[in-house]
Ligand binder design. Structure first.
Ligand SMILES: [Zn+2]
Length: 238
C-alpha cells in the first residue's frame, strides 16, 4: 500500500518516490503527496519525473474501487517509466492550495449552518454543500459575516487520529449523513478547527483559518423539500 504523506502534512509539494506498480495509465508509488479523489475533494494533478529525464503529466489521482490502491493517472506513455524506478513526484501546488483553502472553508460553513450534510463538492473557485434543512430562511448576509469573522479570527486547524472505538462512542461528531467516516483500518482521522468545528475528515486543509482568504457566499438554492444548497466562492486576497 502507498504511504500517504499528505495525511500528515498537507503542505508537502513533492516526494522522491519509487514506482511499485504500473496498471495501464495508473501508476503506483511507495509513498506520495498526491491526494486521491474522495470526501468531495478532487484528486491532485501534477508531474512524475524519472531521474533519467522526461516528465509525465498526472491528470488525476484516484483510489481503485476494487483494490483500494492509490493510482496516479497519467496522460502520457506508461512505458516511459518502469517498476522499481526512482521518480520525483510533484503536485500542481497552485491548484491544491486553492483546494485546501476551499476545503477548510467547507468546514467553517458546516459550523455556521445547523443541519445534516447530505452532499458537497470542493472546487478551486466554487464549492457547494447540501444541507438537510426544512426551513428556507437561511440568511445569506449572516452567513457571510460569520465567514468573515471566523476567517479573520485565525483559528488553528489541525488533525489527530482516534480509534474506531472512540469514533463509535462519539457518533455525534459525524456531520455527513450520506458518507460514513472510514472505519475498519482501526483509526479515524479527525479534523479540528479550534473552537469552531470537529469532524472526521481525510482531506487536505490549511493550517490557520486566515489562510483561506476571502470567501464570498453565493447563491442559496432550494433543491427539494429538505435540501438547501449553499454555494461559496474563493476570491483572491490581493
Ligand atoms: Zn476536511
Amino acid at each position: 500500500m502507498t504511504k500517504e504523506l499528505f495525511r500528515e502534512n498537507s503542505y508537502l509539494k513533492s516526494s522522491n518516490s519509487v514506482v511499485t506498480a504500473i496498471d495501464g495509465h495508473g501508476i503506483q508509488l511507495d509513498a506520495t503527496v498526491f491526494y486521491p479523489t474522495g470526501g468531495g475533494q478532487p484528486g491532485d494533478s501534477g508531474w512524475l519525473e524519472p531521474t533519467e529525464g522526461g516528465k509525465l503529466r498526472v491528470v488525476d489521482t484516484i483510489k481503485d474501487r476494487n483494490t483500494g490502491e492509490l493510482l496516479h493517472i497519467i496522460d502520457g506513455n506508461p512505458n516511459a517509466i518502469s517498476v522499481g524506478e526512482k521518480i520525483l513526484a510533484t503536485i500542481d501546488w497552485d491548484r491544491r492550495y486553492k483546494l485546501m483553502r476551499m476545503h477548510t472553508a467547507m468546514h467553517i460553513l458546516c459550523s455556521i449552518i445547523e443541519g445534516g450534510v447530505t452532499g458537497g463538492q470542493v472546487g478551486e473557485e466554487k464549492s457547494r454543500i447540501d444541507f438537510d434543512l426544512p426551513d428556507t430562511s437561511l440568511d445569506k448576509l449572516l452567513i457571510q459575516s460569520e465567514f468573515d469573522r471566523l476567517i479573520s479570527e485565525d483559528h488553528i486547524v489541525q488533525h489527530r487520529w482516534i480509534t474506531d472505538q472512540e469514533m463509535q462512542a462519539n457518533v455525534e461528531l459525524v456531520r455527513t449523513m450520506s458518507v460514513k467516516p472510514p472505519t475498519g483500518t482501526g483509526k479515524v482521522r479527525l479534523l479540528e478547527i479550534a473552537e469552531v468545528d470537529l469532524q472526521p475528515c481525510g482531506g487536505t486543509h490549511v493550517a490557520r483559518t486566515r489562510e483561506i482568504g476571502h470567501i464570498r457566499v453565493g447563491k442559496i438554492e432550494n433543491k427539494g423539500k429538505h435540501n438547501r444548497r449553499v454555494n461559496i466562492h474563493l476570491e483572491d486576497y490581493d
